[in-house]
Write a protein that binds this ligand. Structure first.
Ligand code: COA
Ligand code: AMP
Length: 629
């Protein structure tokens, strides 16, 4: 089938198109309501279907004769350990882990926070929560206690599941003190905390609240799957918005399962039984969709990799794993490829491995820059496919659909809209712009299955954040253009969100932390282009008058504060002290102008600027520090 036929079908008859995709899954009761629209044109999918996502991802395959096939491989170069689970073993383990949670009173609709490293127990925990019809909220292990506390207060979990530690290349990160601190900071107190003790660090348990995972599991009995409706929530995943407070994206069971199952063949061209590897972390949406749910819903084998693309032990790590397990589809972020390219420019380490089973390399998380794409294509001899998506959608909005019709690759483009997504480039008045003209990337409603319909605990937030600016459309927050061949080019965020090593961060949130420093009067955080991480944050700060503190001291203190408040993944290093910030007459800081100056790009000084003299003043400071030419 051609891409165009598939896409046109999804646009002309969305309900028919997605009903057909839904038939690929085993429902307890097949939905009658495929698509229901509300007054704003927002789509709700499979609302009355009865199902359980963990059942579809595990029990179904055992019943269908896939029980002895590997479901999950754990490969941990940081601990020198490998293990695996067949579908039967994983199903049993998930059923007992669900029993362990049920013994602590977890029932349908309860929230469970999972703050874990990349070990199989993280995946097991997610599926166990899903098995009970409860709602998981995985918090990336690199977030600091205050970030975890915000999520505890918002999601109000009955239970927190954690491990004694995570392992970074050069250090063991003890998780339990971080969890204890977060619970101390939070208003909401979870009833229980389950701790998976790892040999690299022993966690101290708080009597009455904390439980040892393995002892609790030993006493637990396997439980069955609780039926849920297609519209019932599967998980909450927090993501950075333009304000300091993260948004809890709510994912519904039905649409999510259908979209991910469809994507495995249509986008990634894998079959049940194939080896699929998303080198990411379960704390991010890529990890949710393509380490856990997508591959398992499709009957593939997934890989839980506890390591980095470089340093564990070298820049051949990606290729070693692909060769060792016969990976057919590899998916990671451009920053990982850039790190490999930096360490091994001639790809000598790649050549050591047999990559004959690897068919296509997929990239997302940030725009795949053309030089990295060219290097990887040349070195690997494989198609290198960029695809664009967001936490909010849970799967790709634009892609080069390898299982439908592979299309010519255009460097810098994530190719064409995925069936179901009506992608438009609009100006600020909501008018479509001509081909090749940049604008706001918007998605015409209704959105296809899996996309968010709610922000957890704040019904207005969803509509305000995404639906108000361009009526009738979902505003993606990204800007870009569509060329005359219909290829979409996503050029970057048009809001105050930045992307550091494929991780989405809010400049507003970093600014809030900087503002707590006693010497700081005001600040602006901007994204500085970075060869490895894509972008890194930079703080431009104005000190309170009379402050004599040295710039290097402010810098060190801000680094420490941001690591403690948000986490090391912020990669915050640079602080520049300025006499004043450029502002409009209404007091809005000109962050975009500042970012363009710092990144050596053409910049505009708006006519509304309060005092144009501030710009040359700032350029001079940056020049003295050799931050601009
Ligand atoms: N727990 C605790 N700390 C963590 C962590 C975790 N789960 N993950 C990262 N960190 C820390 C790191 O130790 C590092 O701390 P440091 O400043 O003290 O060294 C900091 O956060 C930054 O981490 P990272 O961005 O991973 O940088 P790095 O220099 O260690 O590695 C790359 C660079 C390119 C190898 C790495 O960014 C990478 O693998 N990126 C892939 C991106 C990815 O998976 N994105 C997900 C979306 S698809
Ligand atoms: P997250 O929700 O963390 O997955 O981040 C989503 C954001 O990452 C998007 O809004 C984009 O800004 C950026 N992004 C992800 N994938 C791509 C891509 N392939 N091309 C360009 N930007 C991307």
């Amino acid at each position: 089938m051609s891409y165009q036929t598939e896409y046109d079908h999804s646009m002309k008859d969305p309900a028919g198109f997605w009903r057909k995709q839904a038939e690929a899954l085993e429902w307890f009761k097949f939905p009658e309501q495929i698509l229901s629209l509300d007054k704003d044109g927002l789509g709700y999918w499979f609302a009355d279907g009865e199902m359980n996502t963990a059942y579809m991802a595990l029990d179904h395959h055992v019943k269908a004769g896939r029980g002895n096939q590997l479901a999950l491989i754990y490969d941990s170069p940081v601990t020198n350990f490998k293990s695996h689970y067949t579908y039967t073993e994983l199903t049993d383990m998930v059923a007992r882990t669900a029993g362990m949670l049920a013994n602590l009173g977890v029932v349908k609709g309860d929230r469970v926070i999972i703050y874990m490293p990349m070990i199989p127990e993280s995946v097991i925990a997610m599926l166990a929560v899903a098995r009970l019809g409860a709602i998981h909220s995985v918090v990336f292990g690199g977030f600091a206690p205050p970030e975890l506390a915000v999520r505890i207060d918002d999601a109000k979990p009955k239970v927190i599941m954690t491990a004694s530690c995570g392992i970074e290349v050069k250090r063991v990160v003890e998780y339990k003190p971080l969890v204890d601190h977060a619970i101390e900071l939070a208003q909401h107190k979870p009833q229980s905390c389950i701790v998976y003790q790892r040999p690299q660090a022993a966690a101290t348990l708080v009597a009455g609240r904390d439980h040892d995972w393995k002892s609790l599991l030993a006493k637990a009995k396997a439980v069955g799957c609780t039926p849920v409706k297609g519209s019932d929530p599967l998980y909450i995943l927090y993501t950075s918005g333009t304000t300091g407070k993260p948004k809890g994206v709510l994912r519904e069971n039905g649409g999510h399962a259908v979209a991910l199952k469809y994507s495995m063949k249509a986008i990634y061209n894998v079959e049940p039984g194939d080896m699929y590897w998303a080198c990411s972390d379960v704390g991010w949406v890529v990890g949710h969709s393509y380490i856990v749910y997508g591959p398992l819903l499709h009957g593939c084998t997934t890989i839980v990799y506890e390591g980095k693309p470089v340093m564990t032990p070298d820049a051949g790590a990606l290729w070693r794993v692909c060769a060792e397990y016969g990976v057919k589809a590899l998916f990671t972020a451009p920053t990982a490829f850039r790190a490999v390219k930096k360490e091994d420019p001639q790809a000598e380490l790649m050549k050591k491995y047999d990559l004959s089973k690897l068919q296509v390399i997929y990239s997302a998380g940030e725009r795949l820059d053309p030089p990295t794409q060219a290097w990887l294509t040349e070195q690997s001899g494989k198609p290198v496919v960029d695809h664009w998506w967001q936490t909010e959608t849970g799967w790709a909005i634009t892609a080069n659909m390898q299982g439908v019709e592979p299309m010519p690759i255009k460097p810098g483009s994530s190719t064409v809209p995925v069936p179901g997504f009506n992608v438009r480039i609009l100006d600020e008045n909501g008018q479509q712009v001509p081909a090749g003209t940049q604008g706001y990337i918007a998605l015409k409603l209704p959105l296809p299955p899996s996309c968010l319909n709610h922000v957890w605990g704040d019904e207005n937030k969803f509509r305000e954040s995404y639906l108000t600016f361009l009526p009738g459309h979902y505003t993606s927050g990204d800007g870009g253009y569509i060329d005359e061949d219909g290829y979409v080019f996503v050029m970057g965020r048009v809001d105050d969100v930045i992307n550091v090593a494929g991780h989405r961060l809010s400049t507003g949130e970093i600014e809030e932390v900087i503002a707590t420093h006693p010497a700081v009067a005001e600040c602006a955080v901007i994204a500085r282009d970075d060869d490895l991480k894509g972008q890194v944050p930079m703080g431009l700060v104005v000190l309170k008058s009379g402050m004599t503190i040295a710039e290097t001291d402010v810098q060190q203190q801000l680094i420490a504060r941001i690591r403690e408040s948000i986490g090391a993944i912020t990669c915050y290093k640079d602080t520049v002290v300025l006499a004043r910030l450029p502002k409009t007459r209404s007091g809005k800081t000109l962050r975009k102008t500042l970012a363009n100056i710092v990144n050596g790009k053409e910049y505009m000084v708006p006519s509304t600027i309060d005092d144009p003299g501030v710009i040359p003043e700032i350029i001079e400071v940056l020049r003295t520090k050799k931050l601009v030419k």
